[in-house]
Design a protein around this ligand. Structure first.
Ligand code: ARG
Length: 474
C-alpha cells in the first residue's frame, strides 16, 4: 500500500515529478476558508443525521478551527504530496484529532468538495467585485457632477462629431458598469447553488441532509442533479465572461484616458501620484495605469477562452481537467478587482482641462449638424439642409475660418432662411442644450442621468452589502 490518502490499491508511491505536476495546492490553498467552512457544515450535517457522533463532530469542528488559525498565522505547512487544499486540511485534522478526522469525509468526495469550495469562493469574491464596480461608478458620477458644465467634442471615427458634455461621456461608462454590476449579480446567482452531497458523481448511500448544509452555508439553491453538480463550471465561465466584458469597458476608458492626457488632446491631466516617468526621457509622464488595465484585458479574455476550451469536450462527470478552472478564475478575480480599484483612484485624481476642451469645440466644425438642423427647423428638408451646411464647411475650410466666422450676408447667399439667430444656434453651448431628447447630452438630460445614477448606486450598494453579509465568516 502506498502512503497517499487513497493509497490502498497502489503498490508504489507516486512519482515525484508526477506528484508535482498534478498537485493544485500551490494555487487552491487560497480557498482554505471555504474548505474549512464547508467541512464544518458537512460535519454538523453528518452528526445531525446520525452518521457521526456528537463527540466526533465537536472534535472535528475544534480541529478545523485550529487549522484555520494555523493557516491564518502562516504556521501551516502545505505539502505538495497531499495534492490539494482538501487533503492537506483533512490529513492535518486526522493527525491532530485522530480517528474522528477520518470520519469527516464520509458521504463526500473531493469532487463535490472542490465544487462547493469554488462556488463559495467565487460567490464571496463576486461580491467584492460588485463593490469595486460601485466604487468606480461613484467616482465617475462624482467627476461628472463636478464638471457638469464642461463641453467637449464627441467623436465618431475619432473625428470630432458633435459637441457633448464631458459629464455625458463619463456617464456613458457609468451605464456600462451598471450593466456589468447586473451581470455579476447573475454570476452570483449561479454561484449560489450548492453542490455538496453529489458525492463523487452519483449521490451517496448515506442519509444526508443537503438542505441543512445549504441553509448553513447560506445557499439559495441546491443542485438537483449530482452529475451536473460535480461536472459543470458554467458559473466560472459566466464570471469570466462578465469579467471580460467589464475589462473591455475599462479598456475603452483606458484608451480614451491615454488619448486625453496626450499632448495632442490634452483634455485631462492625471495626478502625478498616478503616473510614472521614464528612466531616459526626463520630460515623460506616462499613463501606465490605463495602459496596464488595457493590457490586462487580454489576459482576462484569455482566461475565458481557456475555460471554455477546457470544458468543451469533457465527458461527464469529474475529470482532472477541471482542476484547470482555478488559476484562471483566481487571476481574473484579482485582476478585475484591482483594475477597478485603481481606476476609481485615477478618475478621482483626474484634472479636467475645461478650456482646452472648450477650444476643441470652438475651433472646429462639430456644430455643422446644428447648422443643418437650424435650416430644417425653418422648413428646409434635411437632405438639402445637409448640403447647404456641407457647402458652408467647404467654404470655411478653403478660407481657414469656422462656421461662426461667416458673416450673415455670406450665410444668406447660401440660403435665404438664415437669420441673425444662426450664431446662437451654432454656439457649442446651444448645440449641447438643444440635444434634449431622452438620453441626449443636454444639461437637463445629463442632470437627469446624474439623479438616476445616484439612485441606482444606492440600490446597488444596498444589494451589495446584503450579499456581503451573507458570506461565510469562519
Ligand atoms: N484538486 C482537485 C481539483 O481542483 C480536487 C478534486 C480532485 N478529485 C479527484 N478525484 N482527483 O479539481
Amino acid at each position: 500500500m502506498a502512503e497517499q490518502m487513497w493509497g490502498g490499491r497502489f503498490e508504489k508511491s507516486t512519482d515525484e515529478m508526477i506528484n508535482e505536476f498534478q498537485a493544485s495546492i500551490g494555487f487552491d490553498k487560497r480557498m482554505y476558508r471555504e474548505d474549512v467552512a464547508g467541512s464544518i457544515a458537512h460535519a454538523k450535517m453528518l452528526a445531525k443525521c446520525g452518521i457521526i457522533s456528537e463527540e466526533d463532530k465537536e472534535a472535528i469542528i475544534q480541529g478545523l478551527h485550529d487549522i484555520l488559525l494555523q493557516i491564518e498565522e502562516g504556521e501551516f505547512d502545505f505539502s505538495v504530496d497531499l495534492e490539494d487544499i482538501h487533503m492537506n486540511i483533512e490529513k492535518r485534522l486526522t493527525e491532530s484529532i485522530g480517528e474522528a478526522g477520518g470520519r469527516l469525509h464520509t458521504a463526500r468526495s473531493r469532487n463535490d468538495q472542490v465544487a462547493l469550495d469554488t462556488h463559495m469562493y467565487v460567490r464571496r469574491r463576486t461580491v467584492e467585485v460588485m463593490e469595486a464596480i460601485c466604487n468606480l461608478q461613484q467616482a465617475l458620477a462624482e467627476t461628472a457632477a463636478k464638471n457638469r458644465e464642461v463641453v467637449m467634442p464627441g467623436y465618431t471615427h475619432l473625428q470630432r462629431a458633435q459637441p457633448i458634455l464631458f459629464a455625458h461621456h463619463l456617464l456613458a461608462y457609468f451605464g456600462m458598469l451598471a450593466r456589468d454590476f447586473e451581470r455579476f449579480r447573475g454570476v452570483y446567482r449561479r454561484a449560489d447553488i450548492m453542490p455538496l452531497g453529489a458525492g463523487a458523481l452519483a449521490g451517496t448511500t448515506f442519509p444526508i441532509d443537503r438542505e441543512f448544509v445549504a441553509a448553513h452555508l447560506d445557499f439559495e439553491q441546491i443542485y438537483g442533479n449530482s452529475l451536473d453538480a460535480v461536472s459543470d463550471r458554467d458559473y466560472i465561465m459566466e464570471f469570466l465572461a462578465a469579467a471580460s466584458i467589464l475589462m473591455v469597458h475599462l479598456s475603452r476608458l483606458s484608451e480614451e484616458t491615454i488619448l486625453w492626457c496626450s499632448r495632442e488632446f490634452s483634455f485631462v491631466e492625471l495626478d502625478d501620484a498616478h503616473c510614472t516617468g521614464s528612466s531616459m526621457m526626463p520630460q515623460k509622464k506616462n499613463p501606465d495605469v490605463s495602459e496596464l488595465v488595457r493590457g490586462k484585458t487580454g489576459r482576462v479574455i484569455g482566461h475565458l477562452m481557456a475555460m471554455l476550451t477546457t470544458v468543451k469536450g469533457l465527458p461527464l462527470a469529474y475529470n482532472k481537467d477541471l482542476q484547470e478552472d482555478k488559476e484562471g478564475i483566481f487571476d481574473a478575480i484579482d485582476t478585475v478587482k484591482f483594475s477597478l480599484e485603481v481606476y476609481a483612484r485615477l478618475v478621482r485624481g483626474m484634472k479636467v482641462k475645461q478650456d482646452v476642451m472648450k477650444r476643441a469645440v470652438t475651433e472646429d466644425f462639430s456644430n455643422a449638424t446644428d447648422l443643418a438642423d437650424y435650416l430644417v427647423k425653418k422648413g428646409l428638408p434635411f437632405r438639402q439642409a445637409h448640403a447647404v451646411s456641407g457647402q458652408a464647411v467647404h467654404d470655411c475650410l478653403a478660407r481657414g475660418i469656422y462656421l461662426q466666422d461667416m458673416t450673415l450676408e455670406e450665410y444668406q447667399r447660401l440660403s435665404p432662411l438664415f437669420d441673425r439667430d444662426i450664431y446662437d444656434a451654432i454656439s457649442p453651448e446651444t448645440c449641447v442644450k438643444n440635444r434634449n431628447s431622452l438620453g441626449g447630452t443636454s444639461y437637463e438630460q445629463v442632470q437627469r442621468q446624474l439623479s438616476a445614477a445616484r439612485k441606482l448606486l444606492d440600490s446597488e450598494q444596498k444589494l451589495q452589502q446584503e450579499l456581503a453579509e451573507k458570506q461565510i465568516k469562519v
